[in-house]
Design a protein around this ligand. Structure first.
Ligand code: HEM
Length: 396
């Protein structure tokens, strides 16, 4: 009897506790996966100040940084893996990363350099705390405001992606040569309306385009019916002159908004009906029936443009973010902190050698997580001269 009573009490207790445990798990999961405005309040109180200071000094030193970072942000966040800073990861001899996809080759070094500077400053103040993806989003917002653009709240607590594969970029980023329907579709797949897509394209109110992006449109009238004819004749002459030497000098670029190139405003939209757009896709926004009404609206109403732009930027910054313990943050934004060993570890030794070299050049410490792991310290002969404490993750 006693035994029966005990087991029935036990089972009653466990039936009462089970829902509580489940509620606890669900809550844990929710609180882990929640982005908040003050995520670093306790762990890195200087977060905002350090980013603001670094961004300001970099933008003063290199005024092209703001537009460069805005484009970097787009090219990270619009992909299906969302804002995970995977665009910052470098290629290795075994993997071509996103940033080496053709469309990303023109992403300017100033933007990458800015993130490195911020990350270094933050690591000194709050080591192993802040993700590269949170840095990229916050820096972009701060720079946008510096240029005169609208403010949006940045929710924090993103984790960084571990992998970055060049081919994953294909068909997820817009190209000027794409028909407008395809560009609309790219943004629609990520949940953006046509109005939001047009507003985001208003980012071309700042920054540059390389002459190679427009050469087919400004020099070859016949094979690009429609695009050349929508340029203002005097403007296209000016573009031809500015780009005259582009084959010899591939760095030649032109302003995206010739009227107010360094100011974030709605003049870009006012330029389009006058044929003063630079890229073929800029012209497309005014010639397409679906997008044209929004171009006209934003050209007439800067407040509306700023409102839709700010909310769309925030939406973009929240796409597909990873949070909680499912992912992690990188100590070093250009490098995944683990070496995935594939193909039955065929490349294991070579990968480790490459990592050793990078570490020699760059890293005082790297933090690693392990599963069934080999210690790199073993490969360095147990103790490394750098006091390294990191591991290589094995996948097979
Ligand atoms: C609508 C489709 C879009 C197309 C086809 C497009 C394409 C391009 C191209 C080809 C360039 C010139 C890159 C170079 O030559 O270095 C450029 C520049 C730029 N794009 Fe876009 N883009 C689009 C939308 C956007 C959006 C939505 C944003 C941001 C929210 C954006 C931000 C920028 C910025 C800021 C620059 C100037 C970069 C710099 O000065 O370094 N673009 N874009």
């Amino acid at each position: 009897m006693a035994t029966t009573k005990t087991s029935s009490t036990k089972s009653k207790t466990s039936t009462t506790l089970l829902p509580l445990f489940l509620i606890f798990l669900i809550n844990l999961n929710l609180s882990e996966s929640k982005l908040t405005l003050d995520f670093y309040k306790q762990t890195c109180p200087q977060f905002d100040e350090i980013i603001q200071q670094t961004v300001t000094s970099k933008q003063i030193q290199s005024p092209t940084t703001a537009a460069a970072t805005l484009r970097l942000f787009l090219h990270d966040c619009l992909l299906p893996n969302g804002c995970d800073a995977s665009v910052l990861l470098s290629s290795t001899p075994f993997n071509k990363a996103e940033r080496d996809n053709d469309i990303n080759l023109s992403l300017p070094g100033d933007a990458f350099d800015l993130i490195v500077r911020i990350k270094t400053a933050l690591e000194l103040s709050c080591p192993n705390t802040v993700s590269c993806s949170d840095i990229l989003v916050t820096a972009t917002r701060d720079l946008l405001v510096m240029l005169g653009g609208p403010h949006f709240n940045v929710y924090l607590g993103r984790r960084d992606g571990r992998s970055s594969v060049s081919t994953a970029v294909n068909n997820f980023l817009p190209k000027p040569t794409m028909p407008m329907s395809q560009i609309i579709d790219i943004f629609a797949k990520r949940g953006f309306t046509v109005e939001e897509m047009v507003a985001l394209s208003g980012a071309h109110t700042v920054g540059f385009s390389h002459c190679s992006e427009i050469s087919a449109d400004i020099y070859n009238n016949s094979s690009n019916s429609g695009s050349y004819s929508s340029y203002n004749p005097r403007f296209v002459e000016g573009l031809r002159k500015a780009c005259g030497d582009y084959k010899k000098n591939p760095t030649l670029s032109v302003f995206n908004d010739i009227m107010t190139p360094n100011k974030f405003d709605n003049v870009y939209f006012q330029n389009l009906p006058k044929g003063l757009g630079v890229l073929k896709s800029d012209h497309g926004l005014f010639s397409d029936n679906l997008t044209k009404p929004f171009v006209e609206r934003f050209a007439a109403d800067q407040d509306r443009f700023f409102k839709v732009f700010a909310s769309s930027m925030q939406k973009l910054s929240l796409l597909g973010v990873m949070t909680g313990r499912k992912a992690w943050w990188r100590w070093w934004c250009a490098r995944s902190p683990e070496v995935w060993c594939t193909c039955k570890c065929k490349y294991f030794e070579a990968q480790v050698k490459e990592l050793q070299n990078e570490v020699r050049m760059n890293a005082p410490t790297l933090l690693m997580r392990t599963r069934s792991a080999y210690s790199i310290a073993d490969l360095f002969g147990r103790k490394t001269q750098f006091g390294l404490n990191f591991m290589v993750m094995m996948s097979d």
